[in-house]
Design a protein around this ligand. Structure first.
Ligand code: PGA
Length: 246
């Protein structure tokens, strides 16, 4: 079973558009045996939860449960809405909102402890050698997973999203994505000194995935799915991807 995850980012801003897209995605997901997950902005989470055939994720969460944190959304709030997944460490959070690996690590630990499944995003800004996944990716994985109990790894999905491939139309090659899967799984195996630990994590590729290239990525056994931004909010396009992956 593959994972097809929509990251709506802040592309959809009206309830009318959100409901239309949710309905289309929900209908496509009904005929699919993949795990279709939609991560809309917070304001559409409650509407999204009404859809029967898709799982729902938030795009971020704060690590403290409650308190004087103006503007934050916390884990008990997501739990009350019965949200299953949360995206953490997205490069747009790291870049525009200055989230460090320390902060991301706090969020990952808190979200897993609260029983959510975490979609952890990692990826380099640039690549010096074309087909070599840079060491920074392993550094991010090590820092973001610090103190995460091995028993929680089954609730972890790591999305490799090279920043240069996000929203650019220039996806990484499926071969490189597969190499990244091996590299990240080895890194996790090393952290826990247990090869099986690396294998228990789901691996996703993200960065300019669309209906033209999705099958090239999910065709690899080691690639469990895709995290899709721009193409997930285009009417027809995301449905087509769900149809293709099956
Ligand atoms: P993209 O974004 O599909 O628009 O490249 C992917 C992401 O940022 O998760």
């Amino acid at each position: 079973m593959k994972y097809i995850i929509a990251n709506w980012k802040a592309y959809i801003v009206s309830k009318k558009d959100a409901l239309l897209l949710l309905d289309k995605t929900n209908k496509a997901a009904k005929k699919s045996s993949s795990e279709v997950i939609v991560c809309p902005p917070y304001t559409f989470l409650a509407d999204a939860k009404k859809m029967k055939n898709i799982r729902i994720g938030a795009q971020n969460v704060f690590y403290a449960d409650k308190g004087a944190y103006t503007g934050e959304v916390t884990l008990p709030m997501l739990k009350e809405l019965d949200i299953e997944y949360v995206i953490l460490g997205h490069s747009e959070r790291r870049g525009y909102f200055s989230e460090t690996d320390e902060v991301i690590n706090e969020k990952v630990k808190a979200a897993l402890k609260a029983g959510l499944k975490v979609i952890l995003c990692v990826g380099e800004k640039e690549r010096k050698e074309k087909n070599v996944i840079p060491e920074i990716v392993a550094e991010q994985v090590r820092a973001d997973l610090k103190g995460v109990p091995k028993s929680k790894l089954t609730d972890l999905l790591v999305a490799y999203e090279p920043i240069w491939a996000i929203g650019t139309g220039a996806s990484d090659t499926p071969e490189n994505a597969y190499q990244a899967a091996l590299y990240i799984r080895k890194t996790i195996g090393d952290i826990y000194q247990n090869v099986k630990a690396g294998k228990s994590v789901k691996f996703l590729y993200g960065g300019s995935v669309n209906s033209q290239n999705v099958m090239d990525f999910v065709g690899y056994i080691g690639i469990d799915g895709v995290l899709v931004g721009g193409a997930s909010v285009k009417y027809g396009e995301f449905e087509e991807m769900i149809r293709l992956v099956g």
